[in-house]
Each structure stands twice: as structure tokens, then as C-alpha cells.
Design a protein around this ligand. Structure first.
Ligand code: GLP
Length: 258
């Protein structure tokens, strides 16, 4: 595991965008695993800027997203499909047939999970997976629980996640209680993983994920077992881990700029 320490959110976003673009320049046909949430928005903005300048080409890339709410159509402004169109897809030259997201309106959600998982396998797996982290340690929508669920599955959202994400829904509107998410096995099979984390409110969970036991109650902790994980985090998010603890745990830290 490697940590790149960025000064602030903007620098974290630029470093993450650099990692994604390096992947795309070296391997234009990459399968990119993408995430939603506030954290990657700055990275998407930077990627769009480089695309507009002509420095980046999404023409051959394929994307798979981590998750989607059950019951929201792609036209619902809180669907992750809408989010991705807003923050990336509509602004770069990704081809529509190369964009894959779980269908939140599938009548048979179990069959949709099987289809989604099989599609990722058929593409040869994910080359670079971008992740955020929830305050309870979730990645995608893999909530804390007794086990790490392997494949794409339907999940019932935890109270904490509902509380965190309810701010996006209109008052009076019922927020979806379930989501379809890639499983931990799906994510762990990605060849490379980059996890973005910003802000003091994430410092404690990030430290538990990086230094704590590998525990399904902290889903992100399983990333300790992956051989190619880079965490790009701002100083605030790294505030609960000392350099000594990190090096004692075999974590290499690169400081972006002094
Ligand atoms: C959501 C998403 C996750 C995301 C997390 C953190 O629930 N399903 O993929 O990483 O929340 O979001 P944020 O970046 O807004 O803190």
C-alpha cells in the first residue's frame, strides 16, 4: 500500500487525475472503475480540463461504476447514472456503448447483479478502480457487516449511510433503502486501485482502514491485502496516522509537495 499525501483537496484531485490519465495514456483501452460521491468530483473536473485541452482521449476507454440506487431511474437527479453524466460522461468523448452502470430499475435485481458481474469479467476485469470511502468504511456500497460479500449484490443501506446521503434528496422524498454495488471480490480483482480521501471527518476511518485489523466491519480494510493500492489523501484525512505507524505497517508515504 502506498499513500500520496496531498496538501489539500485540489492537489489530491490533480494527483488522482494524473494517475487516471497515466493509465489511459499507457493503455487507451483500459477498463476504468469509477466512483461517485463528493470526493472524486475534483478529479473528474481535472480530467475534463485535460480532455478539452486535447491531452486526454477517452475514445477507447470503457467504464464500469461501483454502484447505483435501487428504484431510481437514470433521469432521477440523485441517481448515480445522472451524477456520472453530469460530472464526466457528457463532457468527454466516452462512447455510450463503453459506459456500464448497474440498472437501478431492473425488475429482477438479483439477475441484474449477475449480469453486471459477468459483464465485468467479460471485459477482462477492471484495470484501474477509483474509490472513495464512506464514514463507516464502506467502499462502493459495501456496508460494514459480518462478512465481505464477494460479487455484485443488492445491499440494504446502513442508517449512517442513509443519514449521510439523505441530504441530497428533497424533503418528503423517500430515499432508496437499497443499492446495487460491486462486491469486495469484484473490487479486489481490479489490477490497480486508487482510493481518494479528503477532510478531517474521514481521518479516523482512514486510519482504521489502513492500520487496523482486516475486518468486514471496516470494509475498506481489505484493501491492505491488495498488491497495488494507492491512497491519495489530503493532510487533514491523514491526520490520525503518524509516519512511524505507517512505516511500521509497511506503508510507503510519498509527499506530493513540501
Ligand atoms: C457513497 C458512495 C461511495 C462513496 C461514499 C463517500 O455512499 N456509494 O462510493 O465513496 O459515499 O462519499 P463522499 O465522497 O461524498 O464522502
Amino acid at each position: 500500500m502506498k499513500i500520496i499525501q496531498a496538501k489539500d483537496y485540489q492537489e489530491m484531485s490533480r494527483v488522482a487525475a494524473n494517475i487516471v490519465s497515466a493509465q489511459m495514456i499507457l493503455f487507451p483501452g483500459s477498463v476504468l472503475g469509477l466512483a461517485t460521491g463528493d470526493t472524486p468530483i475534483g478529479m473528474y473536473r481535472q480530467l475534463i480540463e485535460w480532455y478539452r485541452k486535447g491531452d486526454l482521449d477517452f475514445g477507447k476507454a470503457r467504464t464500469v461504476n461501483l454502484d447505483e440506487y435501487v428504484g431510481l431511474s437514470t433521469e432521477h437527479e440523485q441517481s448515480y447514472n445522472w451524477f456520472m453524466r453530469q460530472h464526466l460522461f457528457s463532457q468527454v468523448n466516452l462512447l455510450p456503448h463503453n459506459i456500464f452502470m448497474p440498472n437501478g430499475l431492473a425488475e429482477d435485481t438479483a439477475a441484474e447483479c449477475v449480469r453486471y458481474e459477468a459483464n465485468i469479467r467479460a471485459m477482462g476485469g477492471i484495470d484501474l478502480q477509483v474509490l472513495g470511502i464512506g464514514h463507516n468504511g464502506h467502499i462502493g456500497f459495501n456496508e460494514p457487516g459480518p462478512v465481505f460479500t464477494k460479487n455484485t449484490h443488492v445491499v440494504t443501506l446502513s442508517e449512517r449511510t442513509l443519514a449521510a446521503n439523505s441530504r441530497f434528496f428533497d424533503s418528503g422524498e423517500r430515499m432508496p433503502r437499497q443499492a446495487i454495488t460491486m462486491g469486495m471480490g469484484t473490487i479486489m480483482q481490479a489490477k490497480r486501485i486508487v482510493l481518494l480521501c479528503a477532510g478531517e471527518s474521514k481521518a479516523e476511518i482512514l486510519s482504521r482502514a489502513v492500520l487496523g485489523d482486516i475486518d468486514p466491519m471496516v470494509p475498506a480494510s481489505i484493501l491492505q491485502l491488495h498488491t497495488d493500492v494507492t491512497i491519495v489523501a489530503d493532510q487533514a484525512a491523514l491526520g490520525r496516522m503518524s509516519m512511524d505507524e505507517l512505516s511500521a505497517n509497511g506503508v510507503e508515504v510519498v509527499t506530493e509537495r513540501e
